[in-house]
Design a protein around this ligand. Structure first.
Ligand code: 13P
Length: 262
């Protein structure tokens, strides 16, 4: 983690939690993270779409940012089941997760769609969290960097340098998501460093140095310190461990403490 980049930890709740569980978790997090969220570290939560507005209202007084998990690649119109970027802004979102592996692999989202969403998000003022990552098969075939850097090129392809620097990129190896198998700090750092170098070639060293890169995939309090202390890892995108107040709080505290020691 670098002193020049403010760390960011986001909890991706996916399609979990009842309304009462989600609101309870949001109340507890707003209380427990009151002193550090937004100060040393940016903290976000990504509830399911139907709960966005109520969770945003609960977190309104806190510095916890609200993220959507998905958005439409279209501005408005006949797109049943989708949410537009303006609708997400209207209910209080600051971030949107784009190209999560579950969206790519289960719902067939293409690189082009993700690039289009990133373009629209910046047009209207939502910060995209651009997810990239290889499958186990691709890792075993030594294709990790080819796959990940191609996804990065495409996700950033319609963004100016200034927009790129305000974007967040999350490296989430597919084989580490929800499996309990985390990438080792060295494996994660290798890919993060390659992403940053690639961004320096697409834009400039200064822009690449300003983009915050998150790691995601079975992040827990027990492995957070090793991962978050790597020089090119600036935070985490947390799935399962973000559903429990104590584990998410610990990950945020560990990440924030590391930056204050840098
Ligand atoms: P897990 O932390 O449950 O592996 O999920 C990671 C993830 O997909 C975050 O977006």
């Amino acid at each position: 983690m670098s002193i020049n980049r403010k760390p960011i930890v986001v909890g991706n709740w996916k399609m979990n939690l009842s309304l009462s569980e989600a609101t309870g978790l949001a109340y507890e997090l707003s209380e427990q993270l009151e002193d550090i969220a937004g100060v040393d570290i940016d903290v976000g939560i990504a509830p399911s779409t139907p709960f966005l507005s109520i969770i945003a209202a609960i977190c309104d007084e806190s510095a916890i940012g609200i993220s959507a998990q998905h958005m439409s690649a279209h501005l408005s119109g006949a797109h049943t089941g989708e949410s537009s970027v303006q609708q997400l802004l209207d209910v209080g979102c600051q971030y949107v997760i784009l190209g999560h592996s579950e969206r790519r692999h289960v719902y067939g989202e293409s690189d082009e769609q993700i690039a289009q969403c990133a373009r629209l998000a910046h047009d209207l003022g939502l910060i995209p969290i651009l997810c990239v990552g290889e499958t186990l098969q691709q890792r075993e075939a030594n294709q990790t960097l080819d796959v990940v850097l191609k996804q990065v090129s495409s996700a950033f392809s319609q963004l100016t340098a200034d927009e790129a620097s305000r974007s967040i990129c999350a490296y989430e190896p597919v084989w580490a998501i929800g499996t309990g198998h985390t990438a080792s700090p060295e494996q994660a750092q290798e890919v993060h460093a390659a992403i940053r170098k690639h961004l320096s070639e697409l834009y400039s060293v200064a822009i690449a140095d300003s983009v915050r890169l998150q790691y995601g995939g079975s992040v827990k309090p027990e492995n957070a310190e090793g991962l978050m202390s790597q020089p090119d890892i600036d935070g985490a995108l947390v799935g399962g461990a973000s559903l429990k107040v104590n584990s998410f709080n610990s990950i945020v505290q560990i990440t924030s403490k590391l930056i204050s020691q840098t």
